[in-house]
Design a protein around this ligand. Structure first.
Ligand code: ASP
Ligand code: MG
Length: 456
């Protein structure tokens, strides 16, 4: 059995769903379980309706909902239009309820946003049948058991795996199984969601539960690239990458894969493939438990743009202890995650992505230290397994970056990344220089050398 996950843009229209059906049809002998996201931007549109309803815009919310209903109707096979209508009637009821209450709980957010996947899974299952392919719809809420932390619910693995193992193989033997991603239910049967972008996570959970041969994440890019195409076009596709490297890239802002996806699959050593539903013949990127030996130490360059660097200095702390604790306590109290940290005896530099609470943080830090804040920074990370054991990487990186002002440097404790903080304005230049240094000669086992695009 394999799990094939299709994201929102892969199921955004009847035409796109038609492509999904063809892709799955070509793999029927592998007994696919299909996990789908909501169609197109449905989740955002549902949440927008809910927000309007709560904020007194009942009519506007219902009008937007009617637009969403029309969209679903237009893109659905005849067979499910009745069911789709019933879902929208229920949604309209919920929105009216919200507008009366004038407030929204995480539980009601889940009740509403779950409709996207509840419906897309019905639509996609029907699309298979319309093409003469046996398919059954499985309500993910009967399979994925979660805790009750609504909007960010955590799967209860033992129970979930048990249910998946009991149901999926039986259904998959009879035809394609289609299940919505993102959604689940608490033990009490209340609808919950795994967090935005959670369909990848659902696919990994489903794959882990049935011990799938492979989990395929079908998206709208060819796979992981050697650099972020929004920063530098012309990067190469990475053919094989380790779980650890892929997770590291995701933490640094690569948009292709949700990092949590990795966990359930890693534990069961199930390979995850990233594939392009618009170009299904491209072999994509294979994420495996352990990466292949490669002549190329760096697999990809990731960037996190528009971050803020904070440097904190206190000469009073010379030879004293507790300085780091005092600093991080402040960030913790303001629930602000810190990304990179570099330290010396009396000074600490760190970066934050979310600067919403920074003013209050800085005010507290100033009680015991000198603080300097620099917005408009960027983090550039060279990612590759075992960087700590390779000689000469830092030398090559600094040589390449000659002429770019580097503000902070860190080689992660994970040995997976060598990162720099530079001015955001220098990102394109820096990534171009690093890319030329590390990706001019490519190991064909690890990188796609055939599609040689000129670097812009
Ligand atoms: N539909 C959900 C979202 O937009 C989950 C997903 O697409 O993965 O966040
Ligand atoms: Mg997604």
């Amino acid at each position: 059995m394999i799990v094939m996950k299709f994201g929102g843009s892969s199921v955004e229209s009847a035409e796109a769903i038609g492509r999904v059906v063809s892709i799955v049809e070509a793999r029927l002998e592998r007994r696919p379980v299909v996990v789908v996201s909501a169609m197109g931007k449905t989740t955002n549109r549902l949440l927008e309706c809910a927000r309007l309803a709560v904020e007194g815009g009942r009519e506007e919310a219902l009008a937007k909902l009617a637009g969403l209903r029309e969209f679903h109707h237009a893109e659905s096979p005849e067979e499910v239009r009745g069911a789709i209508d019933a879902h929208f009637d229920e949604l309209a009821e919920l929105l009216r309820g919200l507008s009366v209450l004038g407030e929204m709980t995480p539980r009601s957010v889940d009740a509403i946003s779950a409709f996207g996947e509840r419906m897309s899974s019905l639509v996609v299952a029907a699309a298979f049948r319309q093409r003469g392919i046996a398919a059954s719809h499985l309500d993910a809420r009967e399979m994925i058991v979660t805790d009750d932390r609504h909007t960010q619910a955590a799967p209860q693995y033992a129970e979930t795996y048990e249910r998946l193992a009991a149901r999926l193989p039986v259904l998959a033997a009879r035809g394609v199984v289609v299940m919505g991603g993102f959604i689940g239910a608490t033990r009490a049967g209340v609808t919950s969601t795994l967090g935005r972008g959670g369909s990848d996570f659902s696919a990994a959970i489903a794959g882990a539960g049935i011990g799938a041969e492979e989990i395929q994440i079908w998206t709208d890019v060819d796979g992981m690239l050697t650099c972020d195409p929004r920063v530098l076009p012309g990067g190469r596709r990475v053919r094989v990458i380790s779980f650890a490297e892929a997770a590291e890239l995701a933490y640094f802002g690569a948009k292709v894969l949700h990092p949590s996806t990795v966990l359930p699959a890693v534990e069961k050593q199930i390979p995850v493939l990233i594939l392009n539903s618009r170009r299904p013949d491209v072999e994509g990127t294979r994420i495996v438990a352990r990466g292949a030996e490669s002549a190329n130490p760096i697999k990809s360059i990731a960037c996190k743009r528009n971050i803020t660097a904070v440097s904190i200095k206190s000469t009073r702390m010379l030879m004293a202890h507790g300085f780091l604790r005092r600093i991080f306590e402040v960030f913790d109290r303001h629930e602000t995650p810190v990304d990179m940290v570099t330290t010396s005896e009396v000074s600490v530099s760190l970066t934050v992505d979310n600067a919403a609470r920074l003013e209050a943080i800085v005010a507290e830090l100033r009680a015991f230290a000198e603080v300097n804040v620099q917005a408009g920074q960027a983090l550039v990370a060279l990612v590759g397994d075992g960087l700590g054991e390779r000689k000469g990487i830092a030398g090559r990186a600094f040589q390449a970056l000659n002429g770019v002002n580097v503000r902070m440097i860190s080689q992660g404790a994970s040995q997976l990344n060598l990162s720099f903080v530079i001015a955001d304005a220098d990102v394109a230049k820096a990534v171009g220089l690093l890319h030329a240094e590390f990706f001019t000669e490519l190991d064909p086992k690890v990188f796609d050398v055939a599609a040689r695009e000129a670097l812009a």
